[in-house]
Design a protein around this ligand. Structure first.
Ligand code: ZN
Length: 204
């Protein structure tokens, strides 16, 4: 069985947070790679304390590309069993140190790159942590076809994508601050690259 396409959910507003600090770093070494400015590879929970915020539901930009902020009730729409299996949710704490009501941080177990056309496209590997870095221009698509067993994907931006057969019955519409778009899975990548995979970092 193949999925013809995916639906991408993303925030369209400006970055929702003017300042922040992160909390409950579960990895001893820290999850943040200072070299590529992204979370290091791996499936772990990320928590944040946000000092000042204007979060626009149902999903919002986090201060860091690669981590998402989402309304918990929006994720429930995608199916609790899918959330449980495919996402790792963390605590988003407000300025007073108490959990930010109704919001969670999102780290996906299945991470995909939103790929673009050949114009200005580039990619590389972070030598420090083994992350793929990528730049490409829209329209975006996914390639190769994601694992069909994964129902909620997280993009390299931290946004979410789900298969069309799951998305369409939900009828989720775009609105102010929230975009919904279609991601195809073409036969061949249009950026001229093959699979984007990086070796584990030396000495890591
Ligand atoms: Zn890195």
């Amino acid at each position: 069985m193949t999925t013809a396409h995916y639906i991408h959910f993303f925030p369209t507003g400006p970055n929702g947070c003017s300042s922040y600090k992160h909390v409950d770093v579960l990895s001893e070494e820290g999850w943040w790679c200072r070299v590529c400015s992204h979370p290091k590879p791996g499936n772990y929970r990320i928590g944040f304390q946000v000092q000042e915020t204007r979060l626009i539901p149902p999903i919002s930009n986090s201060p860091f590309e690669g981590v998402g902020f989402a309304r918990r009730d929006f994720l429930s729409l995608l199916g609790e069993e899918n959330v449980e299996r495919d996402l790792i949710l963390g605590t988003l704490t407000g300025p007073d140190g108490r959990p930010f009501e109704g919001w969670v941080t999102v780290r996906g177990r299945h991470r995909v790159v939103l790929r673009g056309g050949s114009k200005h496209a580039s990619w590389g590997c972070c030598e420090a942590c083994g992350n793929v870095s990528y730049f490409g221009m829209p329209p975006y698509y996914l390639w190769p076809a994601p694992d069909p067993g994964a129902r909620i994907l997280q993009t390299h931006w931290g946004t979410l994508a789900i298969p069309a057969d799951l998305a369409e019955p939900l009828g989720i519409k775009p609105k102010r601050g929230f975009g919904v778009s279609r991601l195809t899975v073409p036969d061949k990548p249009r950026d001229g690259f093959g699979e984007l995979t990086c070796p584990p970092p030396a000495g890591g």
